[in-house]
Design a binder for this molecule. Structure first.
Ligand SMILES: [Zn+2]
Ligand SMILES: [Zn+2]
Ligand SMILES: [Zn+2]
Length: 253
């Protein structure tokens, strides 16, 4: 299984439009972050987690030409607003793309993107997507996908575990039942927004503490704002934790 971090920014992206701070104006490409998403290649299948605002750019950069499924963590704009780009994959592969999320997310997708899902709109192209509500572990083409419920302020959203990899973004808390699903990870990708606390996201200190409880072989911090400078954070983190950068790839057994 290969995991590619397509984007590791918080909702604004980094640089932020109009910002002149030292991270937004940094020459280090690892400080240039598109909106948060990962791409997984496993057993000949291509799975996307979240259709970020930057999906078109990310797919072109990584030459992604086929998607077999999209797993949605939640319905915030930065994680969904690339949904219209899924049309192109419909054209290229002549297939409807199955999409997965919890019932709250699926309902929000239907409401937010009525032109795709209301069955009425007929004025032009729209993505062909099949929505599936995730209630429990499910099998996708021989791959076991385990939803992991996490808190995102007052929302209950989903992370996902596939094999010994787990992806938990936009996380402000992990219920104890979900901690039980996170034993024995080789790779944990978890969000760490910034240094200061935030009501809807772990800050860096909270993400470090949670990572130490989960104790994966490697943890990668994602969904980072412009307060986070790559080299500085790398030098501050424990040995088994690194900051993400766009295009980072991890191969897993
Ligand atoms: Zn987000
Ligand atoms: Zn900035
Ligand atoms: Zn969010």
């Amino acid at each position: 299984m290969k995991v590619v971090i397509l984007g590791c920014a918080t909702s604004t992206g980094v640089p932020i439009i109009g910002c002149q701070c030292h991270v937004c104006t940094s020459d280090n490409p690892k400080n240039k972050r598109t909106r948060c998403s990962v791409f997984i290649e496993s057993r000949g299948k291509n799975i996307l987690i979240d259709s970020s605002t930057d999906l078109r750019f990310q797919a072109l950069k990584h030459n992604i030409t086929r998607l077999d499924a999209v797993l949605y963590t939640h319905s915030h704009a930065d994680h969904t607003h690339g949904i219209d780009e899924l049309r192109t994959f419909n054209f290229v592969n002549d297939m409807v793309i199955p999409c997965y999320g919890n019932s709250f997310t699926i309902n929000n997708l239907k409401n937010n993107f009525g032109y795709i899902f209301d069955g009425v709109y007929s004025a032009g192209g729209k993505p062909k997507l099949e929505l599936n509500i995730v209630e429990d572990d499910f099998d996708f083409d021989g791959m076991s996908i385990i939803p992991v419920e996490i808190n995102h302020a007052s929302w209950m959203i989903l992370g996902y575990r596939i094999g010994n990899f787990a992806y938990l973004t936009d996380c402000s808390g992990i219920p104890s039942e979900s901690m039980e699903k996170l034993h024995g990870l080789d790779l944990l990708i978890i969000s760490a927004l910034r240094y200061r606390e935030h009501p809807a996201h772990f800050n860096i200190e909270q993400a470090i503490q949670m990572t130490q409880k989960i104790n994966p072989k490697l943890a990668v911090f994602t969904h980072m704002g412009h307060q986070v400078e790559y080299d500085t954070l790398l030098s501050e983190l424990p040995d088994n934790i690194v900051p993400a950068y766009d295009g980072m790839e991890v191969e897993l057994d």
